[in-house]
Design a binder for this molecule. Structure first.
Ligand code: ADP
Length: 298
């Protein structure tokens, strides 16, 4: 064995290893120092926007989950929020109707307005706010009540109906708008929890609609559904856009492409890019967005 060669080889290998390490560090440095100022068009004109967020930070205890996000959601638009798991999509969505208030360690800084009203105003009552900004969750969560009462509950507690015929009307209209009326009109007294998953999710959408919201937030509303039920919900989202502002968190890029007009890409708590959905998916401006949509990570 030629010891010198071995030493040389080892030195070469060591050198290469050291070089590799240096490269990795360079890459890390590049990623950390990569420009994470939001690119695209996160803000809309005052006439077009329904909800506006400015310099929003969210912390869970000491940990920052949302890092200085400013983003508007427009009237009659569906905005998709996409990005790798843990990047803060749900956290941001839940800020929009103060759902994060229910988590003790969660703190929200910054300004979020619904039609010029500061929703974090300490004097604001969150119950009517959550009617104006309704929410549909990942797993359909009907109340353990009849189909009828699932829909009637909100209008009753918000004092929107005075008698049975008014309640009947709201129940029917809401179920119709959610595309569920024909399937359930003959069994309104049956429990909501007895419906199929897709029907339960449409029931939850009807429940949100029943209290006349302005905005509907959807947190991965199809992730527990089969493709046929998913297609129905996606069609419904498109119809609902005529009346409501919709923000949807989705882990499916295909879904974002199908249902939304604008898409916001989140990465490690930051808003990286916002733009028209077709542009985000075909010609993103930011390298991090491009890496995500081409499947390089996430
Ligand atoms: P996404 O919806 O993009 O998957 P989340 O908003 O759920 O991301 O999470 C963003 C970050 O906040 C993650 O690091 C997550 O671990 C953290 N987080 C979310 N909810 C809580 C919570 N209730 N308590 C503590 N940390 C949380």
């Amino acid at each position: 064995m030629n010891t010198d060669t071995t030493i040389d080889e080892n030195a070469a290998l060591m050198g290469e290893a050291v070089d590799k390490e240096a490269n990795i560090e360079d890459e890390l440095h590049e990623l950390e120092s990569e420009d994470t100022e939001t690119v695209g068009k996160p803000l809309l004109s005052p006439e077009k926007s329904r909800m506006t967020s400015r310099n929003v930070f969210v912390y869970y205890g000491d940990k920052m989950a949302i890092d200085n996000i400013s983003l508007d959601i427009g009237k009659n638009e569906v905005l998709s929020m996409i990005g790798p798991s843990g990047c803060g999509k749900s956290t941001f969505l839940r800020c929009l109707n103060r759902m994060n208030d229910t988590i003790d360690i969660c703190r929200v800084d910054g300004e979020i307005k619904l039609d010029k009203q500061d929703i974090y105003d300490p004097k604001l009552d969150v119950v009517p706010l959550r009617a104006r900004v309704g929410m549909v969750f990942q797993k359909p969560n009907p109340f353990p009540k009849s189909i009828y009462d699932n829909i009637a509950y909100g209008p009753r507690i918000h004092g929107m109906v005075d008698n049975k015929s008014e309640t009947d009307e709201v129940v029917e209209t809401s179920l119709q708008r959610a595309g569920l009326w024909d399937e359930v009109k003959d069994r309104l007294d049956a429990p909501g929890t007895g419906l199929s998953g897709g029907q339960q999710q449409r029931l939850c959408i009807a429940r949100a609609i029943a209290v006349n919201p302005e905005v509907i937030l959807m947190d991965e509303p199809c992730s527990a559904l089969d493709p046929i039920a998913t297609a129905k919900i996606e069609e419904l989202i498109d119809e609902l856009r005529e009346e409501f502002t919709i923000a949807i968190v989705t882990h499916s890029m295909q879904q974002a492409a199908r249902v939304s007009q604008r898409t916001a890409y989140f990465h490690l708590g930051k808003l990286i890019e916002v733009g028209k959905t077709d542009k985000i998916f075909t010609n993103p401006e930011h390298k991090l967005t491009e890496d995500y949509i081409t499947g390089r990570f996430g």
